[in-house]
Design a protein around this ligand. Sequence first.
Ligand code: GDP
Length: 360
Amino acid sequence: MKVALIGVGQAGGSITERLARFDADAGYGAVVDALAINSASADLESLSDVETLLIGVDQVNGHGVGGDNELGAEIMDADIDQVLEVVDGGVSSRADAVFVVAGLGGGTGSGGAPVLITHLTRVYDVPVFALGIVPGRNEGALYQTNAGRSLKTIAREADATLLVDNDAWHDQGESVADGFDRINDKIARRVGLLLASGEATAGVGESVVDASELLNTLQAGNLAALGYAESVASDDPAQNLQTITSTTRKAVLTGTSLPDATAAASALLVVAGRPDRISRNGVEAARTWLEEETDSMQVRGGDFPRDAEELSALVLLGGIERSDRISSFVDRAREAATADSGADQDPVDQWANDQLDDLL
Ligand code: GDP
């Protein structure tokens, strides 16, 4: 799938840059444009591989908004004409979708991304998705509240939001802050492979994933998560039957970007590796398992031929809003905002809950 990436805020800019670099280094060509927008000039100066745009100069003079996501939203709104003008050069006819990338717990990205997404969905025919970073459990009440309000608005405005929890992909024992570099690398590699998987169409078999399968899985609901795992492969595909099923299980059960988010409306299994090592029976068995695990009838599957020693399983889960993990995140955000647990609510209704104020 060919995408234009727009990072907003510090996390958004860093992850956008990593994704663009991963895609360019591997030569996949899935990222057709990459732009980083921020109200803090120092954060933009550290980015070298993406176009940058400073907003809110009149209000904060390049110093950022701290954790004030309402100010982040105001600044994006005030400068939206200039932003859309710069974006327009990048969202060319080549892009199948736009991804707005942001840390949901901060200020510029948390507040700015929902405003930008609202405008982009009005201007463009292609789907506008969000890649949203959810704060880890130890990240303090302001981050949780900001993320809850931002996500509530983004989930409503974007065509779908792919969530990555900052607790999900960092190694045991390292703090989230120490681990940003490594987390960002993992996000870039995993999301980068997912985007590239829909691009590998030249000269290979019909079981290859295409962009429409990615789009349809994402659009099965408001919220999505991505599972990833890899294993050493044998040269003999028959020997890899077990490897493919066990790697798929690992991707979903211990490798998702939002831990414990397994109830999904739709799923896409991508098995990446050398085509002559991929066991068809293994892929079929893994898909059957995925149908049972996600309780979804809409499980798509395909290969991503790639010259790598390992076999990887990528599992995109679409429509995860009924997952326990989402309810506990919303509870956490609401508790931080109002000290009310609201535990007996239907998870889907929580998005309409007034106790968690909308940003817009
Ligand atoms: P902004 O610049 O005001 O939009 O704020 P940030 O992007 O710093 O957002 C803060 C949130 O994003 C917090 O939850 C941080 O833990 C997280 N965050 C900040 N930088 C990074 C990063 O480089 N990678 C990841 N994964 N998360 C980040």
